[in-house]
Design a binder for this molecule. Structure first.
Ligand code: ADP
Length: 190
């Protein structure tokens, strides 16, 4: 399943259901953890598919940054993934929504978009950060992700032409399809 949306300035938001490690993009955002040590879920899938080079790079970064706070990200190469970079973003662990979760989640998307611009990327893909093990309700996380991406594409896109939301499973895909469909964006036919 897949759908595209076009913004007035010609940039695009693509929505894809599937495995983020199989979708080519200049940069792939990862839902990492504070220890930058690899883990379960999408993090595990990225390390498995990308190979050991990614973790080796993280081994060098870790002593410099310590435990990464929620809302921050670090960049590595992408190993065997169909990408140039992986941005390892640490999403917030959801408690009750009153502990800065929304701002930290928005920051994950913003920081990764900025890192993509700094590296001249044309495209970046995102999983639904924090909505797995970290417990962020998908319906609350999705509007934060789409709003942040849209704001960035509308106001700050330089090299960046396309942002890809990769949703795992049909329910997550339908949620984004509804949100983006109702946002007034034009659906792209090609
Ligand atoms: P977090 O710890 O930030 O919650 P998870 O990896 O547990 O991260 O989950 C984040 C989201 O990534 C979940 O919605 C999960 O369904 C999704 N996910 C898991 N594996 C993949 C994958 N291979 N590609 C895309 N999304 C994935």
């Amino acid at each position: 399943m897949e759908k595209g949306f076009r913004l007035p300035n010609g940039t695009r938001i693509r929505l894809v259901e599937g495995d983020i490690t199989r979708i080519p993009a200049d940069a792939i955002a990862n839902a990492a953890n504070a220890a930058l040590a690899g883990g379960a879920g999408v993090d595990g899938a990225i390390h498995r598919a990308g190979g050991p080079d990614i973790l080796r790079e993280l081994d060098e970064i870790r002593p410099r940054v310590g435990r990464l706070p929620a809302g921050q990200a670090v960049a590595t190469g992408a190993g065997r993934l169909p990408a140039r970079f992986v941005f390892h973003a640490v999403g917030p662990v959801y408690r009750d929504g009153r502990h800065g979760e929304a701002e930290a989640l928005a920051s994950c998307y913003r920081v990764c978009l900025e890192m993509a611009e700094e590296r001249g990327c044309r495209s970046i893909s995102f999983p639904a950060i924090s909505t797995g093990v970290y417990g962020y309700p998908a319906e609350e996380a999705a509007p934060i992700a789409t709003a942040e991406v849209r704001l960035f594409l509308e106001s700050r896109a330089g090299s960046l032409r396309e942002v890809i939301f990769v949703q795992f499973g049909e329910a997550a895909y339908r949620l984004y399809e509804r949100l983006l469909g109702e946002s007034g964006l034009q659906e792209a036919q090609d």
